[in-house]
Design a protein around this ligand. Structure first.
Ligand code: DWN
Ligand code: SAH
Length: 405
């Protein structure tokens, strides 16, 4: 039995991925000698409806001066965050007197839009190397982990926020109560806290099990978010589906009673109950669905190898660490991974030790099959590579099931 991080209720895991390394620990040969592993199991708390990791490595092991994920590696995401920022400016009628705080601002992909509109903003980003990229864009960043005490300091030293924003960060933070207390302190009376993360409903529906890795301690639903908001005198007032990262949900939170709750919240909670996301039952077949993908993909890769085909991968994603380690994909089956991120290049993937090579070498490698680890960016990537792939080369994708394209 484990204790829920949100409500302290007892619960059991519904899937066990075994030992996993740090998903973004792309390493040199020497660094691999001290590789760190943790036991990755996921459970569902039937009391507050939160899906969560049972164990998460210390935050300093994941977020530090050499964090490997840079948000601006996708052009689609750059335009996504421009639209996100513009929608907040409109919603809150932001101007030069306003104040926007982003939690987990990474390389400034979101805040750069407020800077160019001259709207005062502040980023909170514990990973110094990515924060430095944002600073070069003229964005003020505090290199620290957001929590209750930092929120108190910011509201004292700056001003209360009209908007607190966060994307793909809330699901990374186990100390959620401290976050919500911090939000309550920092948000002004009419302020909104808007964040988006991979959506539980879609992870279950599509079996996108690779959204589960060390950094992703939670998978959210409207049910679980309204539960935790309520615990802190806050309220879920709006939800908006996003296609990013394979299916995400944007949640808007405000002080309790400050704003109307939209019909979309009521509808989504109703739908989540209809499909049973509030019951253990919804999670029982998850392991079987993951294992079906595993068996199909391994069989395909083994057949391709037997037939002398060259298979490489595209996108050294965090998600691929779960795929390669749980499925047992080694360099024997997938020669290498091509990626545009300099800090990942000429290193080895965590656990599976597949070489990561610069994207510039992808085309010269002349592959027959390309396993798309960055499947969430498939539209952008397939469009970019359409001429090269032609009719002779094939993509392999595996969410929601194994497909050769
Ligand atoms: O939640 C998280 C999300 C936002 O980002 C973090 N915990 C970590 C990270 O997850 P990820 O690594 O699974 O994210 P992506 O966006 O799927 O990673 C894409 C990878 O593929 C990057 O390493 C960049 C690379 N890439 C590329 O080589 N060529 C991406 C594109 C679009 C390309 O054209
Ligand atoms: N918002 C970006 C980055 C997501 S990656 C995007 O959507 O692309 C997750 C980021 O959260 C990392 O940059 C990590 O350093 C940061 N992070 C982790 N814990 C945090 C915390 N407690 N406070 C602020 N940022 C945090």
């Amino acid at each position: 039995m484990n204790k829920c991080l949100i409500c302290n209720n007892n619960f059991n895991p519904f899937v066990d991925f075994g030992n996993m390394p740090i998903a973004n620990a792309f390493s040199t040969k020497k660094e691999l000698e001290n590789e760190y592993f943790f036991s990755m199991k996921v459970g569902f708390c039937e009391n507050c409806n939160m899906v969560q990791l049972l164990e998460q490595p210390d935050r300093e092991k994941m977020f530090h001066d050499n964090y490997a994920f840079f948000s601006s590696t996708s052009n689609y995401m750059i335009s996504h965050f421009q639209k996100f920022a513009n929608s907040v400016t409109k919603l809150q009628s932001l101007d030069q007197k306003s104040f926007v705080v982003e939690i987990g601002s990474n390389d400034g992909i979101m805040l750069q839009n407020f800077v160019s509109d001259k709207i005062p903003c502040l980023g909170i980003e514990p990973s110094k190397n990515v924060a430095d990229v944002a600073r070069k864009k003229g964005i003020e960043v505090i290199t620290d982990f957001f929590d209750e005490s930092l929120a108190a300091r910011i509201s004292k030293n700056y001003q209360k926020a009209d908007a607190i924003l966060s994307a793909n960060v809330m699901c990374h933070i186990p100390y959620m109560h401290s976050i919500y207390e911090g939000v309550k302190t920092l948000l002004n009376n009419e302020g909104v806290f808007i964040f988006e993360d991979p959506y539980l409903g879609e992870v279950i529906e599509k079996t996108s099990f690779d959204q589960i890795y060390d950094e992703h301690v939670f998978l959210f639903s409207a049910l679980s978010i309204s539960y935790i908001a309520n615990m802190h005198d806050l309220e879920l007032i709006h939800v908006e589906h996003q296609i990013t990262h394979g299916g995400s949900m944007r949640f808007t939170i405000a002080h309790k009673g400050a704003k109307n709750i939209s019909q979309d919240v009521i509808d989504l909670i109703k739908r989540e109950k209809e499909i049973g996301l509030d019951k253990n039952h919804a999670y029982l077949n998850f392991t079987d669905s993951v294992n079906k993908i595993k068996n199909d993909l391994i069989e395909l890769l083994k057949n391709l190898k037997k037939n002398g085909k060259k298979v490489v991968a595209y996108g050294a994603t965090s998600k691929s660490t779960t795929v390669t380690n749980y499925f047992g994909i080694t360099p024997d089956l997938v020669e290498c991974i091509y990626d545009t991120t300099p800090i990942k290049q000429n290193k080895y993937s965590p656990g599976a030790h597949i070489p990561v090579l610069p994207y510039d070498q992808f085309r010269d490698s002349n592959p027959d099959y390309v396993l798309l680890f960055a499947w969430n960016h498939s539209e952008e990537i397939m469009k970019k590579e359409i001429d090269f792939m032609g009719d002779q080369r094939h993509w392999i994708t595996y969410i929601p099931n194994v497909k050769v394209i």
